[in-house]
Design a protein around this ligand. Structure first.
Ligand code: GTP
Length: 392
C-alpha cells in the first residue's frame, strides 16, 4: 500500500516539473517593453550622424537661412609721423649709454689728458662711428675745448652735440620721393640683404604714407620667401591698401611690373615694391635685382630706391651697402633695429661712406616704430638732452 502511495507521489512530482518546463521558457522569451520614442530617435541619430533635412523640408519651412556675415576688421589709423623720433627716443637707450653717459662723462673729467682723448676716440669707434669720422670729431672737439677754456657740463654737451650733428650733415635732403607726378604714382623700391627688415619696413612705410594722407599699393616681389607676400598683405590690409602678388616662385620683375601697372590703373599716389633678400656677393641675385629695376622702369623712372640696413651688423653692413649701390641707384637708407644696438654711431658711418642720406630709422618691432630721420633730434636723443623749443 505504502509502495502505491510512493509511486503516486512520484508521478505527481514528474507531472508538476513537466508543467513548469513548458511555462518558464515562454516567460524568458517575453519581448522587452518598447523604448520611448525620443530615446529611439536619438539612438538612430548617433549612428547616422546629424539629421539631413530633405530639400523639401527646407523649402517647406519657408525660412531663408542667411550665410553668416564675416566682418572685416576695422581699418587702423596709423600714428602721425611728426615727432616720432622724439617719441621713440628712449628706444636708443643702449646707444645713449655710450654717447650720453660715456662720452659726456669722459669730457667732464678735470684734466682732458692724452689718455682721456684716446678713451673718447675708442668710445666713438666702438659705437661704429668709423675711424675717419671719429678722428674729425675728436680733433674738432679738442680744438674747441682748448679755445673755450671753461668747460661747464652744459657747454661740453653743446660742443659734442654740435660736432655729432655736423658729422651727420644736417643739410642733406632726407625726404622720401613718394609724391605722384602728373597723375602717375611714385615708385619706391625696397632692397637689402636677408632679414634686414625689408618687408617689415615696407609695411611700416605704407603706414607712414597712409598717415600722411597718401594712397598706396604694395608689390610683393619677394617671391622667394613664401611667407613674405602674406606678411606684406597683412600690413597692407590693416590700412586698407591693396597688395599685388604673383604665384610662389614667380619672376620678381614681372610682379613688380604688374604692381606698378595696377598702381597706374587705380591712380594711387605711391607703389611700394618689396624685393627678396639677397646676399651682396651672389652675382645672379644682384643681376636679378638689376632686372627688377629695368623692367619696372618700362613704366617710368623709379623715384626712390631705399636700401634697408640692419644697424646691428655694424661695419659689415657698409660693405653690403656699397655692393647694392653698384647694382641699383640707391637714393636713401633706412637703418633698422637701432633699438637693439649700442652702435648708434653707424648712422654717421653709413652716410660718410656711401654719401647717401639716412632717411628713416627703425626703432622697434611695433607697427609705427619707424621714424623719419632728423640729425638734430637724433643727436638730442643720443645724448639724452632736450633741444630747447622742440616738441615732446
Ligand atoms: N627690434 C627691431 N626689429 C626689427 C626692426 N625692423 C625689423 N625688425 C625685425 O626683423 C625681422 C626681419 O624682418 P623682415 O621684414 O622679415 O626682414 P626681410 O628683410 O624682409 O627678410 P627676408 O625677406 O628674409 O630677406 C623681423 O622679426 C622684424 O620684426 C626694428 O627696427 N627693430
Amino acid at each position: 500500500m505504502t509502495e502505491y502511495l510512493l509511486i503516486a507521489l512520484a508521478l505527481l512530482g514528474v507531472l508538476i516539473l513537466g508543467a513548469l518546463g513548458l511555462v518558464v521558457p515562454k516567460l524568458r522569451r517575453r519581448p522587452e517593453p518598447p523604448l520611448p520614442r525620443e530615446v529611439e530617435t536619438r539612438a538612430e541619430e548617433d549612428l547616422a550622424g546629424p539629421p539631413v533635412l530633405a530639400p523639401e523640408a527646407e523649402v517647406s519651412t519657408g525660412i531663408l537661412v542667411e550665410p553668416p556675415v564675416i566682418e572685416a576688421p576695422p581699418l587702423e589709423v596709423p600714428e602721425p609721423t611728426a615727432g616720432r623720433l622724439v617719441r621713440l627716443r628712449s628706444r636708443l637707450s643702449r646707444s645713449q649709454n655710450v654717447f650720453g653717459k660715456g662720452l659726456l662723462g669722459l669730457l667732464s673729467r678735470d684734466h682732458l689728458d692724452e689718455d682721456t682723448w684716446e678713451e673718447i676716440e675708442d668710445s666713438l669707434i666702438t659705437a661704429d662711428v668709423g675711424i675717419d669720422a671719429t678722428r674729425d670729431i675728436v680733433d674738432r672737439l679738442r680744438e674747441r675745448t682748448r679755445v673755450l677754456g671753461t668747460r661747464s657740463a652744459g657747454e661740453l654737451r653743446a660742443l659734442l652735440a654740435a660736432e655729432l650733428v655736423n658729422a651727420l650733415d644736417p643739410s642733406l635732403d632726407r625726404s622720401l620721393n613718394t609724391a605722384p607726378k602728373d597723375g602717375v604714382p611714385a615708385v619706391l623700391l625696397v632692397v637689402g640683404v636677408n632679414g634686414a627688415g625689408k618687408t617689415t619696413t615696407c609695411g611700416k612705410i605704407a603706414r607712414v604714407l597712409v598717415a600722411d594722407g597718401r594712397s598706396v599699393i604694395l608689390g610683393a616681389a619677394d617671391t622667394f620667401r613664401a611667407a613674405a607676400a602674406d606678411q606684406l598683405e597683412t600690413w597692407a590690409g590693416r590700412v586698407g591698401a591693396e597688395t599685388v602678388r604673383g604665384p610662389e616662385g614667380a619672376d620678381p620683375a614681372s610682379v613688380a611690373f604688374d604692381a606698378v601697372k595696377r598702381g597706374i590703373e587705380t591712380g594711387v599716389d605711391t607703389v611700394l615694391i618689396d624685393t627678396a633678400g639677397r646676399l651682396q656677393n651672389k652675382v645672379g641675385l644682384m643681376d636679378e635685382l638689376g632686372k627688377v629695376k629695368r623692367v619696372v622702369e618700362k613704366h617710368g623712372p623709379i623715384d626712390e630706391t631705399l636700401l634697408i640696413l640692419d644697424a646691428t651688423t655694424g661695419q659689415n653692413g657698409l660693405e653690403q651697402a656699397r655692393v647694392f649701390t653698384e647694382a641699383v641707384n640707391v637714393t636713401g637708407v633706412a637703418l633698422t633695429k637701432l633699438d637693439g644696438t649700442a652702435k648708434g654711431g653707424i648712422v654717421i658711418a653709413v652716410q660718410r661712406k656711401l654719401g647717401i642720406p639716412v632717411k628713416l630709422v627703425g626703432l622697434g618691432e611695433g607697427k609705427d616704430d619707424l621714424a623719419p630721420f632728423d640729425a638734430v633730434q637724433f643727436v638730442d636723443a643720443l645724448l639724452g638732452t632736450e633741444a630747447p623749443g622742440r616738441d615732446a
